[in-house]
Design a protein around this ligand. Structure first.
Ligand SMILES: [Zn+2]
Length: 150
């Protein structure tokens, strides 16, 4: 899996570079902020990660957790009846000026490895419209994120 600093342009796909910021692309050997997050934020993120919208024809491959020693490497997370974070998907969250691109594995990083994502990302998650809803796509489009052309 690729590694990006939090809030660096997400150049995973060249099409995204201008309009996106990376969040949660953790890789073993790189330090990351640790601590506690608000449960409300975690639940909201889990819900968004359950069936995240994916741009067409984007297969980023399987994300394995390099922070886990053994069993969790492919694991998803479930909590309070919601589950998500299959290691093959990414989640796109419209922010104030750019779209945050995070691997769905971010849920696992928070739950199992105490990762604390940037505050602006947490705020964007709490404000994010329902996945695949009209307001969701409008928000991505307004930020210049390519919805087609892949
Ligand atoms: Zn892990």
């Amino acid at each position: 899996m690729a590694h990006f600093q939090d809030l660096a342009p997400c150049s995973y796909m060249r099409l995204w570079e201008q309009s996106s910021l990376a969040v949660g692309w953790l890789e073993k050997g790189n330090a990351y902020p640790r601590g506690a997050v608000d449960e409300k934020f975690f639940r909201a993120l889990l819900r968004l990660c359950a069936k995240p919208w994916q741009p067409p024809v984007v297969s980023a491959g399987v994300h394995l957790c390099s922070l886990c020693q053994f069993a969790g490497r492919l694991a998803g997370s479930s909590y309070g009846g919601a589950s998500g974070a299959i290691g093959t998907e990414n989640v796109f969250i419209p922010g104030e000026t750019k779209v945050f691109v995070a691997p769905a594995m971010i849920v696992h990083y928070i739950d199992a490895h105490e990762y604390v994502p940037p505050r602006e990302f947490q705020e964007a998650v709490l404000k994010c419209p329902e996945m695949r809803s009209m307001p969701y796509f409008k928000a991505l489009k307004d930020l210049g994120f390519p919805l087609s052309g892949y």
